[in-house]
Write a new protein. Structure first.
Length: 558
């Protein structure tokens, strides 16, 4: 079963703007029509690196050149790593990215045709069968030495390919290699393998046991690109050496050429991208699953609070670059903040260590309500603010107060600090002399009295604090913040051998709190801001007897 992906809404701002067209990313021959493809291997969940490729392909086909076509093609040629679970998960991940492909296809749809093209390339004398052991083949390629089978007859090569397709013991010994150049300076052109039999005859998740031999990605991709009408193949710079192989295969098979547009792969500091490592963390229970907010997976970053627009804007801004750099997360979260801010209603929450304060000088008796806007700049509707003689304030604020100091209660007015009771003193005599380095040295505050001074000048006060009336239906919530999984920016080759030693000791922080009555109406996936605490995404809506769970969204300032 797949992890159920979060149905995270897209906060696209007041006008829902799409990413602008970027001149540096214009494609040649675009006037003739654009067809792009995103070809993931169904062997894992998509991560933020994959999302760059997916979003750029979507960007060219639907934004930079409206009217184009985007193909989501599953490169399902490796039965030993792929399965239907990952295939379904990728379809969900693509939807989470806000991408709607025009066509969904599978390389396995073309297996019969790819077989025929393999026969054709053998018949043309441009490929041969080889049973050289893998380690020996690698050593020969490194030494630029030819295989002993390089000049075998076409008839022998075809016969061996037939045995491969039957899956016989004889056939399993062989692979098919393109006959390009065994001594080429470009290692990817040193007679690469283009067809092979899997080490284990695992049934294909779509075709079962029908096929016994499968094309490599390097052979299947250019063939299917040409057959499906792809006009522009977007490939990361790590494929630069293989681009020559891609073009050679199309020319050798007399297939329509495809234009290759390259872009840099994306890497982030303190981030694990390896499927193997991420799988190990999931299986070991270090994280909650593939959608854990600390994961760089699409569902993980979306659950953390990343929006489609913020992600797209970042990827498009990085698109033209050919340099691979280890990026900080700050830039992408800063872009995301610009998207969520206009949609995030403002509420108030207090940690469980809060202090109960008595208020004197209320303008009217008993608790009363006023209506205030949910956002000072954008029309997000109104909320209720409850005023009463009993309020809650943060312990961290209370410990900085001195007796008779004037402070500001945000969205209410000024007040004088009168009596203060401390855990380590019964004296109600906190003075400026009793506050060292801005914090009381008498321990936590246990109670306090504030005298309203609503006509006071809020500009003259140094301390402006949030508060909550105790006399309302407070909402129990849990506020969750996260750190990076890795404690080091980038692992060296030596570090890779024991990468688990570099995991951050604690990367999840949970705080119990209470929030104002309006938070009862918050739904899963809503974005909001708790005053002075930050932006959050609702991961679990509050209900009677159940705390609401809110994940803190980075803003780029952390």
């Amino acid at each position: 079963m797949t992890d159920k992906p979060p149905k995270v809404k897209d906060a696209s701002g007041p006008k829902g703007k799409k990413a602008p067209k970027v001149k540096q990313m214009e494609l040649p021959n675009a006037a003739a029509g654009i067809v792009t493809r995103f070809p993931p291997e169904p062997s894992g969940y998509l991560h933020i690196g994959h999302s760059k490729a997916a979003l750029l392909n979507d960007y060219f086909a639907h934004i930079q050149y409206p009217g184009g076509k985007l193909i989501l093609r599953f490169d399902d040629t490796n039965t030993e790593k792929e399965n239907a679970e990952f295939q379904d998960a990728i379809r969900e991940d693509v939807a989470l990215l806000g991408i709607k492909p025009d066509v969904i296809s599978y390389t396995s749809d073309y297996f019969d045709q790819i077989d025929e093209y393999c026969v054709k390339i053998i018949q043309a004398g441009k490929a041969y069968a080889d049973d050289t052991p893998g380690d020996v083949m690698s050593a020969q390629r490194l030494a630029r030495e030819p295989s002993v089978h390089r000049d075998d007859s076409i008839e022998d090569n075809l016969a061996r390919f037939t045995e491969m397709k039957k899956g016989t013991e004889e056939g399993k010994r062989w692979c098919i290699r393109a006959k390009i150049s065994h001594a080429n300076d470009n290692a990817s052109l040193r007679d690469p393998v283009i067809f092979r039999c899997p080490k284990t005859q695992t049934p294909h998740h779509r075709t079962g046991d029908k096929y016994k031999a499968y094309p490599t990605y390097q052979f299947a991709c250019p063939v299917v690109d040409s057959l499906e009408g792809v006009t522009h193949a977007l490939r990361t710079t790590e494929y630069n050496d293989q681009d020559a192989q891609y073009k050679w295969i199309l020319k050798a098979l007399e297939l329509r050429p495809v234009y290759i547009w390259t872009f840099s792969k994306i890497q982030f500091v303190r981030t694990l991208m390896s499927k193997r490592k991420l799988t190990k963390l999931v299986n070991a229970g270090v994280v909650s699953g593939w959608d854990d907010p600390r994961f760089p997976t699409v569902r993980g970053i979306r659950r953390r609070g990343m929006t489609v627009e913020g992600l797209r804007d970042f990827m498009v801004s990085q698109g033209p670059s050919k340099n691979v750099v280890n990026m900080d997360w700050h830039t992408i979260w800063t872009m995301n903040k610009k998207v969520i801010d206009p949609t995030a209603a403002r509420y108030t929450a207090m940690d469980s260590t809060h202090v109960v304060c008595k208020i004197t000088g209320l303008p009217q008796d008993g608790p009363y309500e006023e209506t205030k806007p949910k956002h000072a700049k954008y029309d997000l509707g109104d909320k209720k603010v409850v005023y009463s003689q009993n309020i809650l304030i943060e312990q961290d604020d209370a410990r900085t107060f001195a007796k008779d100091e004037e402070i500001t209660l945000m969205n209410w007015g000024n007040a004088y600090v009168r009596d203060i009771e401390y855990a380590n003193s019964t004296a109600s005599q906190a003075t400026p002399d009793g506050v060292a380095d801005g914090v009381s040295n008498l321990g936590n505050v246990t109670s306090m009295t504030l005298e309203l001074h609503l006509e006071g000048d809020f500009k003259a006060t140094k301390k402006k604090i949030t508060w909550l009336s105790k006399d309302q239906d407070l909402v129990p919530v849990e506020l969750v913040d996260f750190d990076h999984l890795l404690a080091k920016d980038k692992l060296t080759e030596e570090d890779e051998a024991h990468w688990e030693d570099f995991l951050t000791k604690q990367s999840e922080f949970r705080t119990e709190a209470v929030a104002d009555v309006n938070v009862w109406d918050v739904k899963v996936d809503d974005f909001l801001q708790f005053d002075r605490k930050g932006y959050y995404r609702c991961d679990k809506a509050p209900s009677q007897g159940e705390r609401g769970v809110f994940f803190k969204i980075p803003t780029g300032k952390e």
